[in-house]
Write a protein that binds this ligand. Structure first.
Ligand SMILES: Nc1nc2c(ncn2[C@@H]2O[C@H](COP(=O)(O)OP(=O)(O)OP(=O)(O)O)[C@@H](O)[C@H]2O)c(=O)[nH]1
Ligand SMILES: [Mg+2]
Length: 366
């Protein structure tokens, strides 16, 4: 079930630097384009202040955050869909990921090569999105060739797919992303099955200058990136990849000092990680007390037995019920007993849809 967020962007914009900052995986970072060829894969811990609060109220021996996967992908250049740069190979790498974290250079530094020779974030974003769109257009045309024939007969599925393809094609031809379109519940699975690059959810990350860290709104580039994202219904986040990568290597005390010196409350990386997690449709439940207080990742919409199965397959097989309290209730009322007395400790059955922030004890019998 492991979902992965793919880091995508032009060459030499700081993708691997960002990847290392969040995963501490030590991928190669270098001041030349196409330093990354094969994708780097790494796990990222999800920073979650709720864990600390639970630990404060229901102390356990250990606190274990949850993790999810990031993939650092090679840079894309203009003409990539036609084989320029690393060509179609990396487009395949992008096809494998579940959401796109699109890194855009938003810092000036004459020492760091920009493949286009100038800093223009919107132009950069459009270059990438155009290549992804062209690749999608090719895929749609190929599919149309097949489906058109089948749709001539009585093949209902083919007719439905044909209708979707015919809606998508002009949007791509106009240079827009498929994610800007609305699909109904019959169309959605058809679109999913096409694995189009521009239908993947996206988060724009402005790699800003260190000087703008304390106040990203001050960056002369960030606002335009935010506006571009908003038009697509997407989010944009500002991170200074290089200093953040240095911060990530420090221990907690040094980290606090560094952040204070930079005038930053929380590392931009934390916001980036949380936004990517959300982008993937991931949510968190907790198990608390005893040996460990632990955060667990589930896909939005998961029911209680399947959530139990994330901990152990026996929990799912022998699922009886889930005893659930919301984090917010524990936070307010402070003890499990107080939550119970307030009638907010719930007993939920096999059809219960898990909610982000649930603190759960599963009852099972095998
Ligand atoms: N000044 C400055 N330099 C940065 C920043 N982020 C990355 N760099 C530098 O930019 C260069 C490229 O960084 P990488 O992380 O390797 O870039 P990439 O996007 O992974 O590049 P490819 O793998 O070649 O596509 C390195 O020399 C980094 O040190 C930043 O925030 N500010
Ligand atoms: Mg790289």
């Amino acid at each position: 079930m492991s979902l992965t967020a793919g880091i995508v962007g032009l060459p030499n914009v700081g993708k691997s630097t960002l990847f290392n900052a969040i995963t501490k995986a030590g991928a190669e970072m270098a001041n030349y384009p196409f330093a990354t060829i094969d994708p780097n894969v790494g796990m990222v811990e999800v920073p979650d202040s709720r864990l600390d609060r639970i630990q404060e109220l229901i102390p356990a021996k250990k606190v274990v955050p949850t993790t999810f996967e990031f993939t650092d992908i090679a840079g894309i250049v203009k003409g990539a869909s036609k084989g320029e740069g690393l060509g179609n190979k990396f487009l395949e790498n992008i096809r494998q990921v579940d959401a796109i974290v699109h890194v855009v250079r938003a810092f000036d530094d004459d020492n760091i090569t920009h493949v286009a020779g100038k800093i223009d974030p919107i132009d950069d974003i459009e270059t990438i999105n155009l290549e992804l769109g062209l690749s999608d257009l090719e895929a749609v045309d190929k599919r149309l060739g097949k489906v058109q024939r089948a749709a001539k007969g009585s093949d209902k599925a083919a007719k439905a797919e044909l209708a979707v393809l015919n809606r998508i094609k002009p949007v791509l031809e106009a240079g827009k992303s498929v994610r800007t379109m609305d699909f109904d519940e019959d169309e959605t699975p058809i679109v999913k099955g096409l694995f189009l690059l521009t239908s993947k959810p996206v988060l724009y990350v402005a790699n800003i200058a260190e000087d703008d860290m304390a106040d990203p709104e001050n960056s002369k580039y960030f606002k335009s990136i935010q506006d571009y994202a908003a038009k697509e219904g997407a989010e944009a986040i500002a991170v200074a990849a290089e200093p953040e990568e240095e911060i990530a290597e420090l221990d907690d005390d040094e980290k606090a000092d560094f952040l204070e010196a930079e005038g930053v409350k929380e590392p931009g990386l934390n916001r980036l990680i949380r936004a990517s997690y959300k982008l993937l449709g991931l949510e968190t439940f907790f198990t608390a007390g005893g040996k460990e207080t632990k955060a667990w990742t589930f896909r939005k919409g998961t029911k209680a037995p399947q959530a139990a199965g994330i901990i152990h397959s026996d929990f799912e097989r022998g699922f009886i019920r889930a005893e659930v309290m919301a984090f917010d209730d524990l936070d307010k009322l402070k003890t499990e007993n107080a939550v119970k007395d307030a009638g907010k400790l719930r007993v939920e059955g096999k059809d219960y849809v898990m909610q982000d922030g649930d603190i759960v004890e599963f009852r099972f019998n095998v």
